[in-house]
Unconditional design. Structure first.
Length: 650
């Protein structure tokens, strides 16, 4: 397009301060949210219409296999799955009618989880076993409501395993933070895997016990524990009774109810390409399931909006088995986010009905045990000083990435390398070629509709004598770019300052990174969305140079240049990382920079390979860091081999 025909010229001498111009609202503060909500909702799988239990069995088996193979056990996680899980015992505590054995088990090789095994004082024959999982409670396994639940089960003759959760209790710390799990995604290994394997190996431990009854296996937990409960209960057929408490809702519900957006593990990469949580709920059929929600939840997953869509999805499937009574729900009308007395007694009642049917002496009333609750110190289980964390696991993977770090050393091999790597990058980014439709919103102001799904703002600034066009964007938004824009205008450059998805006016005002996780869960990549948008703007305004400000924006620009060879002429990157491994080394979380955690990117590409793919077009690193100088040294020779006399570091 010819911007001169569309935009009234804004000469630099006509204004001494560009910030008001660059700060002008064009698309509105809610547009980014509305766009991503519609974008995600359209991609969430719907429940299929099923006419028989046999048909559903085939669907459920396929869903279960696909989630495990395509979401959970990717990359190094396949090896973790096949490794034996060791168990080490660490002493015993006496109780009143029960005893507590301390132990630790390997969630995966090198990552030990502490746990407490509650055993009845007398054990005969086969008895029910319970996996008690906890949620986002810093007390972890020492939480009083969790202890009381396990004590009550043991006093009733059952076995309960109180397992610690990654990021809580004894597994708290910066390396265990849930937003760090996406570092594994960046390395091409499922960040969900440690969470899933921790549950699976806990079940293995329970079922290996002499008195475990494989026909009576229960899982229950609150909040993040409710999420754990539905995931392991849907994917592992060994779980015969499930009681998730205020722990999840459908992705379609979460798109509209922001309280439910959840952490990284609750929105794992690519899960919603296979199944929604509605499917996982239906996959419980015909096994007994109690869905517990709170009517006045001060955290998330309120009964009023979260429960019914799950029942609507699962009830028809249970009916196909003639097992409608096996799907129960309980709503605590008085409490907030809790697994308190009322909710615990709902659990005991269901356990009595499903595990002890017809037993007239089974009393669902809680046995008072508040005085038996122990302190965290009393329940402490020694852990290895070098216990693995999510971060150390990612560091270990990153050390050997990318898989093919070298670059070809002759022109013919370089041409073949570039021909193969371009489509590979596009596939990793899931980046489409976006059609662009512009709408003028005032002098030099445009709304750019991209791919029919996102609308972003752009401001066009023109000097008197135009020498070329530069696209300008920053992760801080175009309102922060007055100085850069003035510099470029003074050099005779027409400036197109714009805000791609997630930046500036296109940013979501609240919980923005959680919507990026949602986009990744439905199979898209925030980095790919942004890079495709930059490439589309370049085709609209170009050929153009691109100036990107910030480490995140710089990676977006690099990927856009690799995708768009014609319209992007050169890059100028400010504050760019020298290596994607810095994301792991700095222990960044997805909440800090969501686009950096593109699944499998570091497995195939580092910054060095991306620059090589963009060459022979100039890629300049403004004030390169020592790390950039170290990682990118030698690229001048790469440019020379491609026929260009250029050094990215000068």
């Amino acid at each position: 397009m010819n911007l001169l025909l569309l935009a009234a010229a804004l000469l630099p001498q006509e204004t001494t301060d560009l910030k008001p111009v660059l700060s002008r609202e064009i698309v509105g503060k809610h547009r980014g949210l509305e766009d991503v909500q519609a974008f995600v909702d359209a991609r969430i799988p719907r429940m299929p219409e099923v006419s028989s239990a046999g048909e559903w069995e085939r669907i459920a088996a396929r869903l279960r296999a696909d989630v495990l193979e395509k979401v959970v056990y990717r990359g190094e996680a396949a090896r973790w799955r096949d490794a034996p899980s060791r168990v080490e015992w660490a002493g015993e505590l006496p109780g009143r009618g029960y005893r507590v054995r301390k132990l630790r088990y390997e969630a995966l090789p090198g990552l030990w989880a502490p746990a407490l095994l509650y055993l009845p004082e007398r054990l005969e024959g086969r008895v029910p076993v319970h996996l008690a999982v906890n949620g986002h409670d810093g007390k972890g396994k020492a939480a009083d409501y969790k202890q009381m639940r396990c004590i009550n089960l043991a006093k009733r003759g059952m076995i309960a395993l109180n397992a610690e959760w990654i990021g809580m209790g004894q597994l708290r710390g910066p390396g265990y933070g849930h937003y760090a799990m996406n570092q594994l995604d960046l390395c091409g290994t499922s960040g969900l895997a440690p969470f899933y394997l921790s549950m699976k190996n806990a079940l293995d431990l329970l079922l290996s016990l002499e008195h475990a009854d494989p026909a009576r296996v229960a899982v229950h937990g609150l909040s993040g524990g409710g999420w754990q409960t539905i995931v392991i209960s849907a994917l592992d057929p060994r779980v015969t009774f499930s009681n998730p408490v205020a722990g999840y809702s459908s992705f379609r519900t979460r798109v509209r109810h922001h309280k439910d957006l959840g952490d990284s593990e609750q929105t794992p990469c690519d899960l919603a390409t296979v199944a929604d949580y509605a499917h996982l709920t239906a996959m419980r059929a015909p096994r007994p399931t109690l869905l517990t929600y709170n009517g006045k939840d001060n955290c998330c997953f309120e009964a009023g909006y979260a429960l019914q869509p799950l029942l609507d999805a699962a009830r028809p499937v249970f009916r196909l088995y003639d097992r409608d009574p096996a799907l129960r729900h309980h709503v605590n009308a008085e409490g907030d986010h809790n697994f308190g007395l009322e909710n615990r007694e709902a659990l005991y009642r269901a356990v009595g009905d499903f595990f002890y049917p017809g037993a007239k002496d089974f009393d669902p009333k809680e046995i008072p045990c508040q005085g038996e609750v122990r302190t965290a110190a009393e329940l402490d289980v020694p852990l290895p000083p070098d216990n693995a964390t999510l971060n150390t696991l990612a560091r270990g993977l990153a050390r050997s990435l990318p898989r093919e770090p070298g670059l070809p050393d002759d022109p013919g091999a370089a041409a073949r390398w570039r021909q193969a790597r371009g489509p590979l990058l596009r596939g990793i980014l899931r980046a489409p070629d976006l059609a662009l439709v512009e709408e003028k919103a005032g002098d030099g102001q445009f709304r750019l509709r991209l791919g029919g799904e996102f609308t972003i703002p752009a401001t066009v600034l023109e000097p008197k004598d135009v020498t070329g066009t530069t696209l300008l964007f920053s992760e801080a938004g175009r309102a922060s770019l007055a100085g850069e824009a003035s510099r470029l205008l003074a050099a005779g450059r027409r400036v197109v300052a714009f805000d791609p998805f997630y930046y500036g006016e296109s940013r979501i005002s609240s919980k923005d990174f959680l919507f990026a996780l949602l986009a990744a869960s439905v199979g898209e990549r925030p980095l790919g969305i942004q890079a495709a948008q930059v490439a589309a703007v370049a085709r609209w305004a170009g050929p153009a140079d691109v100036v990107a400000v910030g480490p995140r924006a710089s990676l977006v620009a690099l990927c856009a240049a690799a995708l768009e060879e014609r319209a992007i002429a050169r890059l100028e990157l400010h504050q760019a990382y020298g290596s994607l491994a810095e994301v792991v080394e700095r222990n960044l979380g997805v909440n800090q920079a969501p686009e950096l955690f593109c699944f499998g990117l570091l497995e195939a590409f580092d910054v060095r390979q991306l620059v090589a793919l963009a060459a022979p077009r100039p890629v300049s690193f403004a004030a390169p860091s020592d790390r950039a100088r170290q990682e990118l040294s030698g690229l001048k020779a790469w440019y020379a081999m491609l026929g260009a006399d250029f050094d990215p570091l000068k």
